[in-house]
Each structure stands twice: as structure tokens, then as C-alpha cells.
Design a protein around this ligand. Structure first.
Ligand code: SF4
Length: 316
């Protein structure tokens, strides 16, 4: 079997925001790798730090500390010219296709904007590239002179995808790309993302709430809770053999994903605590049905439990 090349490596990454004299630890000491051509799914409740993490990879949020390596280069320690090249390679598809498109620009202007900024193509070739991108995202050529308001949610998301593809990236952060869409449209966008991945050899970080969709598209899945990765495993291993009590609880609320005997719906006590005042020790201990006394005192480290299966729980 050919071993896949590592594309992205994240080491001890943190993003802390100062909020009312307190420190909000949105992402707190996270490490993982993404291999070329794979889709890493990222799941967890709202407020777990998923989107902040995705945006840090593209430097839309500057990390507080930690390292991001893209194709073995530390992206904080490269020349301006190299950084521009990395920026081209790494793009994002946003959650909301309504607010992420400038309503004053035509589709042609929206899609060609990255080409203008990065000056990758002469003017006369930009038009051809826009046609190519509309074709890739299954949008009619007549869309070019229209404005975002003239399109449905699904079509707007296709425009967002076309814009993300303009510079021929290798890696895309898909930040909840279907959660603002009608259920009937979600499958179409998922199919498009899968087709594009095969056709263009893309690598995805796929952030989502919908576990069924994450299972469908991901090669591996990472589970986040209050700024930490608590479990990371190949997709079927994670869904069939979850190790962390938080993952078990998340999966139990999706009976349709219950391929192995799994306890029916595990109700977690209370809401996710505030990241301004995270619990001591294991951050999940205030809601964990299996918590021991030691869990409130000692923080469990993310470690290998089975081959390629990492978990952060004192019980493993
Ligand atoms: Fe639950 Fe303790 Fe494991 Fe945390 S370390 S998930 S509180 S059992």
C-alpha cells in the first residue's frame, strides 16, 4: 500500500482571545496531521473551537502559539513570496453562502477576484478561467453577469466553491459548507465536493455538525470538546468503536448511525461549559457519565489507544 504524503502538520496550536479581562481558550494545544488527498472531518458542539481552528490554518486567525507546517514548511517562518504561494494553495468555503458573497459584484467579478489579487493569469485568460470554474461547479455560463441575490442558497454555495477553486488550491477548509442549506440541496453540494476532490486531487478539512455527512465524506475524523481534540481515528473505526465518552454521547444521538450495538441516547448533563472558565482536569468531567474523582484533577493527554486511533481519557 502506498503511504500518503503528509500535507499539513499542526503542533501544539493555541488560540486564546482576551475577553473582559479573561482569557478565552478557543483552541488549546491541538496537534494533528492531514495527509494529501484525504478528508479530515472535524466535529463537536458549537463553541468547541472547530471553526477557529480551521481559520487558523489559513491564518484568518493568527495563532497565539504553536506551529503549522504546510508541506514541511513552517508557515510562520517563510518569506513573503513563499507565503503568497501557500495562500494560493490553501482556501476556504464558508458556511453562509448569503453573507460570504459581495452582493454588489457580479458572479464573474466574485470568481475572478482572487485571480486579480494574486495576478496568476493575464487578463485575457481570466475570462476563460471563470468559464472553466462555472463548468466545474455545474453552473450555467449565463450566471456570469448576474448578482448573488438572483440565485438560490445551493447555487450561491456553488459560486463560493468556484471562487475557492480559482487559484487551483490543494487544500480547502470546508467550514460547515452545508449547514445553512435546505436538506434537499445538501446532498448535491456534498456530491459536488466529492467529485471535485477526485477530479482535482484536493485535500479537505471538513467541519460539520451533521455526523452522517461527516461519516460519508471523511477518511478520518477528529472530535473536539472545549478547544481540545479528545479523539481522532479512521472514520469507520471511530463510528464503530468510539472510545471517548464524549464521542459515545455524540454518536448516541444519531440512532441511524448505530451500526454496532451502542447504548441508546446518552443524555449529557447541562450545556457545554464556557471556554472562559473551562473545568479543571479533563474538561469533559462535569458532564461525563464515567467520570472518576481523578478526572477533575488531572488532564488526560491525547495518546494512541489502537493503531491510528487516538483518545484523551484516563480510562484508556
Ligand atoms: Fe470522562 Fe474522566 Fe475520561 Fe474525562 S478522563 S472522558 S471525565 S472518564
Amino acid at each position: 500500500m502506498i503511504k500518503k504524503r503528509k500535507m499539513l502538520k499542526v503542533k501544539n496550536l493555541k488560540k486564546h482571545f482576551r475577553v473582559r479581562k479573561k482569557l478565552l481558550k478557543a483552541v488549546d494545544d491541538v496537534s494533528f496531521e492531514i495527509k494529501a488527498g484525504e478528508t479530515l472531518g472535524l466535529v463537536g458542539e458549537s463553541g468547541s473551537g472547530k471553526s477557529t481552528l480551521g481559520k487558523m490554518l489559513l491564518r484568518l486567525h493568527k495563532p497565539t502559539s504553536g506551529k503549522i507546517y504546510y508541506e514541511d514548511k513552517d508557515i510562520n517562518d517563510i518569506s513573503r513570496k513563499e507565503r503568497k504561494l501557500v495562500q494560493r494553495d490553501m482556501q476556504i468555503i464558508f458556511q453562509d453562502p448569503y453573507s460570504s458573497l459581495n452582493p454588489k459584484l457580479t458572479v464573474e467579478e466574485i470568481i475572478s477576484e482572487p485571480l486579480l489579487i494574486h495576478r496568476t493569469l493575464p487578463k485575457n485568460e481570466q475570462n476563460r478561467r471563470v468559464d472553466e470554474l462555472l463548468d466545474l461547479t455545474r453552473l450555467p455560463l449565463r450566471s456570469k453577469q448576474k448578482y448573488p441575490y438572483e440565485f438560490s442558497g445551493g447555487e450561491r454555495q456553488r459560486i463560493g466553491i468556484a471562487r475557492a477553486l480559482a487559484l487551483s488550491p490543494k487544500f480547502i477548509v470546508c467550514d460547515e459548507p452545508i449547514s445553512a442549506l435546505d436538506v434537499s440541496i445538501q446532498a448535491q453540494i456534498m456530491n459536488l465536493l466529492e467529485d471535485l476532490q477526485k477530479e482535482l486531487g484536493l485535500t479537505y478539512l471538513f467541519i460539520a455538525h451533521d455526523l452522517a455527512m461527516v461519516r460519508h465524506i471523511s477518511t478520518r475524523v477528529a472530535v473536539m470538546y472545549l478547544g481540545k481534540i479528545v479523539e481522532l481515528a479512521p472514520t469507520e473505526e471511530l463510528f464503530n468503536n468510539p472510545k471517548h465518552p464524549y464521542t459515545e454521547a455524540l454518536l448516541s444521538s444519531y440512532p441511524e448511525l448505530n451500526t454496532r450495538k451502542r447504548k441508546s441516547n446518552i443524555i449529557l448533563a447541562g450545556d457545554i461549559p464556557s471556554p472562559l472558565t473551562p473545568p479543571s482536569g479533563c474538561r469533559f468531567h462535569t458532564r461525563c457519565p464515567k467520570a472518576l474523582f481523578a478526572c477533575s484533577e488531572k488532564e488526560p493527554k491525547l495518546k494512541e489507544i489502537n493503531r491510528d486511533h487516538l483518545g484523551a481519557c484516563h480510562l484508556d
